[in-house]
Design a protein around this ligand. Structure first.
Ligand code: C5P
Length: 217
């Protein structure tokens, strides 16, 4: 039965934005709502999986039954992800990780100065690439790619460069889809095939993504 498609499997999912502190009261972040990642967690639970949900700050109630780990920064996300990935059959990186963080986090609130302020940022670790490059206990690794053009080429490029098994790509230039929306459309890519999932609720899409994943575990 459908309810058992992921029975006995452990799936770890990352969701939401990261926050990169600038000082005790300020941070850099993005508009990720966490809806897609939370929908994936609900779908995995519905199919009988054990679910670890690693989440940045969002305004959604966590799915009951998931093992929730709350993080803020990309570095915290990396630690939690590596810890849970090695105990997982699949790892799905749906979090919108800030690409950069402040080179130095000020200990005290930064004071207003002149008319311009220059921040020095340094690159964050690539969490999903770190998971996909585990040498032992590597889970089946699934990434997400939000693109505004040339979806197939950029998504396939990330599939290869990050060493992923599967990538779910969405066109964020289409209004009403993707970031913060309740709806989305996805194209799934593997090394040698692809599948279009038409516009639908994130709930429906998540269930279809999980069913595709279940066939490959
Ligand atoms: O390279 P890009 O950010 O478009 O790749 C998106 C995918 O990589 C998503 O699965 C996202 O969760 C993951 N990612 C990550 N760590 C980063 C940047 C992106 O895990 N620092």
């Amino acid at each position: 039965a459908e309810k058992q498609l992921l029975a006995g499997k452990t799936i770890t999912i990352t969701a939401g934005p990261t926050r990169e502190a600038l000082d005790p009261v300020r941070f850099i972040s993005n508009h990720s709502s966490g809806k897609m990642g939370y929908a994936l967690a609900e779908a995995a639970l519905a199919l009988g999986a054990q679910v670890n949900l690693i989440s940045g700050p969002v305004n959604i109630a966590p799915p009951s039954g998931a093992n929730l780990t709350l993080i803020e920064s990309a570095e915290q996300l990396l630690q939690a992800s590596l810890n849970l990935a090695v105990q997982s059959d699949a790892f799905i990186g749906c979090a919108a990780v800030a690409d950069y963080r402040a080179a130095n986090v000020a200990e005290q609130k930064m004071k207003k100065q002149g008319d311009e302020l220059t921040l020095t940022l340094v690159k964050n670790p690539d969490v999903i690439a770190a998971v996909a490059n585990l040498k032992a206990q590597r889970p089946y690794t699934v990434g997400f790619a939000a693109e505004t053009q040339d979806l197939a080429n950029y998504a396939k490029g990330k599939l290869h460069s990050k060493n992923l098994d599967m990538i779910c790509a969405n066109d964020v230039s289409k209004t009403g889809l993707g970031f913060n929306s309740d709806h989305n459309a996805l194209t799934l890519f593997w090394q040698d095939s692809s599948l279009d999932l038409a516009i639908s609720s994130k709930t429906d899409l998540a269930l279809n993504v999980m069913k595709e994943l279940a066939q490959r575990l």
